[in-house]
Write a protein that binds this ligand. Structure first.
Ligand code: ADP
Ligand code: TRP
Length: 321
């Protein structure tokens, strides 16, 4: 079984990325053929500073490696190093109905937030479909915000198969209910583009500051509170030990939960949890040549897997004459 997912190098990776995508992907390492890539061409829809994109790409790659992705037990590369994906994206664009893209929430949300849309942002789901279909992936672990993009991918694959004959595997999205949407410090979805993230690799002081700034209400300590609607608890519950989560939940419901105490505890837990990876990341960033060589190896393997599919597609659509 092929499991595939990508991450944009458009800013420092955060707890939402970690819980919904990086952690589940890494856990797949021994159970399937794992494809992980840094989607730098998707990030171009929002990043126009070349130096920043290049740096972000190496940094996102180092984050994944530091968190335990083993390049010997996975295929790990940078999207643009297999340029056939752009060729496939154009081919798929030509059979993608406008209405399918016009309905995409992610596009509409970004426009509503004041991001000025370029054509890349609109066509984004087609490039994502190409990412998934080129490697004939079966399963795509993502957060809830990407669910519709997986449905678009499926629709495009079904349409291509019906026009040109059986070509693509129809992929399944995998979205864990537990971590479908991790809130940011302001209570909206945690996202690099909303400036509300808790980054995985902050220094100790910044991490504490960030956690202390998670927005909470002003209900006094001894009064009951609803853990389900509390941002802080919704982040805390993923990281604290199970027994402690139950205990804090009870304090929320019965009264006695102090936001300040929970925040301090969360900052401590996060600092300890990422201690090893943080050291590993420093080591990796000191040797960018090593990261580049891992990515080059991965791109070679990814391209070998992509080649039979793109050749089949070229033959079917009639550009081989
Ligand atoms: P961002 O929205 O911060 O730019 P990406 O678009 O690069 O993040 O997302 C990478 C992966 O992380 C995707 O699978 C996405 O669904 C997941 N993800 C991002 N933010 C969250 C969140 N707040 N909660 C759950 N999953 C998330
Ligand atoms: N659109 C995804 C996101 O923003 C990233 C992405 C690009 C992706 N191509 C992909 C995810 C292919 C899974 C599979 O999170």
């Amino acid at each position: 079984m092929r499991v595939l997912s990508g991450i944009q190098p458009s800013g420092a990776l955060h707890l939402g990325n970690y819980l919904a995508m990086m952690k589940p992907m890494i856990s797949y390492m021994d159970r399937s053929q794992l494809f992980v890539f840094v989607v730098n061409m998707h990030a171009m829809t929002s990043v126009t500073d070349g130096e920043k994109l290049a740096e972000g790409t190496l940094e996102a790659a180092s984050d994944f490696l530091a968190l335990g992705l083993d390049p010997h037990r996975s295929i790990f590369w940078v999207q643009s190093d297999v340029p056939e994906v752009v060729e496939l994206a154009w081919i798929l664009t030509c059979i993608t109905p406008m209405g399918l893209l016009e309905r995409c929430h992610s596009y509409k949300d970004k426009v509503a937030k004041g991001i000025s849309p370029n054509h890349g942002l609109f066509a984004y789901p087609v490039l994502m479909a190409a990412d998934i279909l080129l490697y004939q992936a079966n399963v795509v672990p993502v957060g809830k915000d990407q669910k519709q993009h997986i449905e678009v991918t499926r629709d495009i694959a079904i349409k291509f198969n019906s026009i040109y004959g059986d070509t693509f595997i129809i992929p399944e999205g995998e979205i864990s209910d537990q971590v479908a949407t991790v809130p940011g410090i302001d209570g909206q979805k945690m996202s690099k583009s909303y400036g509300n993230t808790i980054e995985i690799f902050l220094d100790e002081k910044s991490l504490r500051k960030r956690v202390m700034s998670v927005k909470t209400d002003s209900i006094p300590v001894d009064q009951p509170k609803d853990p389900e609607t509390c941002n802080l608890f919704q982040i805390y519950r993923h990281f604290a030990p199970k027994g402690r989560v139950e205990e804090v939940k009870r304090l929320y419901i019965e009264g006695g939960a102090s936001y300040g105490v929970v925040k301090k505890e969360l900052a401590e837990i996060l600092w300890e949890l990422f201690r090893g990876p943080r050291q590993e990341k420093q080591k990796l960033l000191g040797d960018p040549g090593y990261i580049r060589s891992v990515l080059a190896d991965g791109a070679k393997k990814a391209r070998e897997i992509a080649t039979p599919t793109i050749e089949d597609v070229r033959r079917k659509i009639g550009v081989k004459y």
